[in-house]
Design a protein around this ligand. Structure first.
Ligand SMILES: [Zn+2]
Length: 466
């Protein structure tokens, strides 16, 4: 019984782990590696195993760094099933198509530029096309939370709520081989708990081996209770200046959480009713998937839905799909809120909104998510006086505000607390999905709370015998 770490080892991207047990090879996650362009393309294109040899794949959730390379796996000969929660399948369907669309668009753009500049380079090709993304989804088999089922002789799996995004799951694998029974708990990405919409992450029950994410090891988020008051303060100050609030946001999770918070703040009259625009076609479709999966919501959200109160549709809210509608937002002179993707400001319509609003000191740019180094989002978070958008320099005159209370990830203390609440021998705790220094800080705390556990932080392609 062996686990090999083919991604998200001492880094946060490209989740992919290979379990070899009971004569089968089972892939846990099949995520995109995101980094420098050439390295990313090479790593994503070549798998360190034969896709045709994989019996089945398991996905914890739909984020592209966990699911994005499934169409490529299928393209290269994988014929097995991809198991995940129902909502994850529906979200992944949209996100994989969106990922294919972005790749096709980017490659066409690069090829056009190369041709124009007279560069004699090989044609850029997407890792997979829209057609291949649609075909890959045919291999998905979805299951409800807390239902245990066989994926191979001797191996059963159960998905439990991870509270990170809609459909996000911890995966519990019970492996029975040569008279031994090992229970492996895989965290996927874990939420903070006390989420406005989702339930709390489930403590692991009776696990021998825990494969745990460590994204925010060593870091503590702002308390969630302060999130709404800080948000209303920022909005009210901007309205008083007669400005606009521009919020770059990831399409899944964060956008719906913001809409929910804005709904509650306007209902309770903490902020006045001003127009709110969700300008991202993917966010619009994803919000529809949210409406289809009330089984993933916490009790209070379900209660609000029962009372016919639509927490994802403010009266003053407009979901924007077309480019023309998006452009017309530039002409608006009154205060409004524009939420648009991408969260790190590297792609999508948000770049147009930033370009049009960054030079006006009445406006606020509110950053609510993690922005990787080298991204426009990071430059704004770091309050650089000047940033580059579409190759042009812009002075940052708008107010910059940063909030991390809406983070979809558990922080250091929340991770440690979840492990404390978990049961079983916890003989091995393996930390992945975190930069080395963050994983090290988390490991130090867990060595104190769990002195009997063997705690490791594997390198890329390392294997651990279970
Ligand atoms: Zn995630």
């Amino acid at each position: 019984m062996k686990l090999t770490f083919h991604g998200a080892a001492k880094t946060v991207t490209g989740s992919m782990y290979l379990l070899e047990a009971c004569g089968k090879r089972i892939l846990l996650e099949c995520g995109f590696f995101q980094g420098k362009r050439k390295e990313s393309m090479d790593r994503n294109r070549q798998f360190p195993f034969k896709p045709a040899d994989i019996h089945c794949a398991l996905l914890s959730h739909a984020h592209i760094d966990h699911s994005g390379n499934v169409p490529n796996l299928v393209r290269q000969g994988f014929t097995g099933s991809v198991f995940c929660n129902h909502a994850t399948r529906d979200l992944a369907t949209l996100m994989l198509e969106d990922s294919a669309h972005i790749q096709e668009y980017d490659c066409a753009f690069i090829n056009k530029i190369n041709k124009k500049e007279g560069r004699n380079l090989p044609l850029a090709e997407p890792l997979y096309t829209m057609v291949e993304a649609k075909a890959a989804v045919q291999q998905f088999m979805s299951v409800a939370y807390d239902r245990t089922f066989d994926i191979a002789e001797g191996i059963t799996i159960t998905f439990c709520d991870a509270g990170h995004i809609l459909g996000s799951s911890e995966v519990i694998l019970d492996v029975r081989e040569n008279g031994r029974h090992v229970r492996l708990g895989f965290s996927g990405d874990l939420g903070r708990g006390q989420n406005d919409i989702l339930r709390d992450p489930t403590p692991f029950e009776d696990v021998d081996v825990l494969l745990l994410e460590s994204t925010y090891g060593g870091r503590v988020h702002e308390p969630q209770e302060l999130a709404w008051s800080k948000l209303s303060e920022i909005i009210n100050q901007t309205i008083n200046r007669n400005g606009k609030v521009i919020i770059p946001s990831f399409s899944v999770g964060r956008t719906q959480q913001l809409v929910y918070a804005l709904h509650e703040l306007t209902e309770s009259k903490k902020v006045p009713k001003i127009p709110v625009y969700i300008d991202s076609p993917l966010s619009v479709n994803i919000t529809e998937v949210f409406r289809m999966h009330p089984e993933c919501f916490n009790d209070s959200t379900n209660e609000k839905l029962r009372l016919n109160n639509n927490p994802f549709g403010l009266q003053s809210l407009a979901y924007i799909r077309s480019v023309d509608e998006s452009k017309s937002l530039n002409e608006r002179k009154d205060p409004c809120i524009i939420i648009s993707a991408s969260g790190m400001c590297e792609a999508g319509r948000i770049r147009h909104h930033l370009k049009n609003n960054i030079g006006d000191p009445r406006n606020t740019i509110l950053l609510v998510g993690f922005c990787a180094p080298q991204t426009l989002g990071r430059a704004l978070t770091d309050k650089q006086p000047q940033v580059s958008i579409f190759g042009e320099k812009h002075r940052v005159e708008a107010q910059i505000e940063v909030m991390d209370a809406f983070s979809a990830h558990a922080d250091h203390n929340e991770l440690v607390n979840l492990v404390k609440k978990s049961t079983g021998s916890l003989e091995k705790i393996i930390l992945t999905h975190g930069q080395e220094r963050h994983a090290n800080t988390l490991a130090a705390s867990l060595r104190e709370t769990h002195p009997k556990s063997q705690i490791s932080i594997p390198n890329l392609h390392d294997s651990i015998e279970l």
